[in-house]
Ligand binder design. Structure first.
Ligand SMILES: *[C@@H]1O[C@H](CO)[C@@H](O)[C@H](O)[C@H]1NC(C)=O
Length: 129
């Protein structure tokens, strides 16, 4: 039961180290500050930004979350509205089960979650529903 929470913690640590890395790495501003938003663009997930792969809209020193419009960020971006955020991927594989809807299995808080890729066992990318 504590496994998902464990993953969460690891994930949070990774995320923190990534953010901390940016803070220490002379990365003063978010690059997107200097580039115009493509308002009618389409988010591409996952996208690569600063050597990391992202499966949902991200927020680095920006007021709002944003996404890349290319598989690798090359300067095209947009702020995310509710339609842009990553969607649950159904069905998805978790442990030995196939899930066709959000589940609270493995969730410490009891809140339902879903995988953002078809294979949670391998990718471990998820969000709350
Ligand atoms: C990146 O995405 C933008 C917006 O969709 C598109 O116009 C451009 O051609 C793409 N560039 C590449 C190299 O895929």
């Amino acid at each position: 039961m504590g496994r998902l929470a464990g993953h969460l913690l690891i994930w949070a640590c990774l995320l923190h180290s990534v953010t901390a890395g940016f803070d220490n790495g002379g990365f003063q501003h978010n690059d997107i500050d200097y580039l115009p938003e493509v308002e009618d663009g389409q988010c591409i997930f996952p996208f690569r930004f600063k050597d990391e792969l992202y499966y949902d809209c991200i927020k680095f020193k920006t007021k709002h979350k944003w996404c890349s419009l290319n598989k690798t960020f090359i300067g095209y971006w947009k702020f995310c509205n509710w339609e842009d955020f990553a969607k649950c991927m159904f069905p998805f594989w978790y442990r030995r089960m196939i899930y066709r809807e959000c589940t609270d299995v493995g969730s410490e808080s009891g809140k339902k979650w879903c995988s953002l890729t078809k294979n949670f066992n391998k990718d471990r990318i998820w969000k709350y529903c």
